[in-house]
Design a protein around this ligand. Sequence first.
Ligand code: ADP
Ligand code: MG
Length: 321
Amino acid sequence: MGEFELIRHYFAAAACAQAADGVVLGIGDDCALLQVPAGEQLAVSTDTLVAGVHFPAGAPGELLGQRALAVAVSDLAAMGATPLAFTLALTLPEVSPDWLADFTAGLERMARQCDVRLVGGDTTRGPLSLTLSVFGRVPAGQALTRAGAQPGDLLCVGGALGNGAGALPFVLGERAEQPGSAELLAHYWSPAPQLQLGQALRGVATAALDISDGLLADCGHIARASGVALFVEQQRLPLSAALLACVDEESARQLALGGGDDYVLAFTLPAERLDALRAMGQPVQVIGRVEAGQGVHLLDAGGRDIEPRHSGYQHFGTHRD
Ligand code: ADP
Ligand code: MG
């Protein structure tokens, strides 16, 4: 099967590649054309997943397809944007029709869930890697950035932490399945981008991002960009029953603080906005506060400042412990 036949068969023919609002021209020309409504801005983000770095080399295509798109769309959620379209640059060691059919099925499922259209890409031969760019729309001037957290704000997250990192030993086959592991695996392979929460946070949160490299590391980005100090209260970290079924509480806390792959939103907001957000049914967990100063500080149950053990994941920096 040649490159063009492959593109036609697996990608141009996919349900998520068909005409939709905002997509003036999709797959097949030199560029796609997107239309953003007047008064809105285009939010753009790119993520690359490399076999052996971001997922095990033998990972099932279907799981990989849905995860790759979810991870990319999570960045749109973090900005308060509404997904519009995505492109897919796919590097494949070989053309395996079964793998491609599985991969597209996973991609389709997540595209449906996130209401986003495949509008283009690139297909090349080489070691397996995926680069997805996502495009979203957001009312002009209302995107949620990492700058803007104010002393006195609450620090919140949109759900349980540590599930992605807790899933890793099961993803890698280092641990046998057990009670709780299926939920952790589902979270790892099919993270749910918090799009509704992100959109509800527009005009409400003062800063936001999605947690991909671990809570402490990602809070560090907000602290730096906003020029403030963030205080995380260790005993308020939301931990899932599934995670606590698989590891002891102290390990779960460490995974929540330092593990990556959560794709849950972290954000700051004035305390008086909390009730309205909760009344909307949004999942909001307060885990700390913003103060004048700098850096991220971890507080134990007695309110004492303790040294975090993990610093999060960086490809060219400190190792993941
Ligand atoms: P060009 O040579 O002009 O860059 P290509 O031959 O690479 O175009 O691709 C032809 C068309 O197919 C383009 O519209 C491109 O966006 C699309 N395309 C290529 N690979 C993919 C893919 N993996 N997924 C979706 N669309 C793709
Ligand atoms: Mg090309």
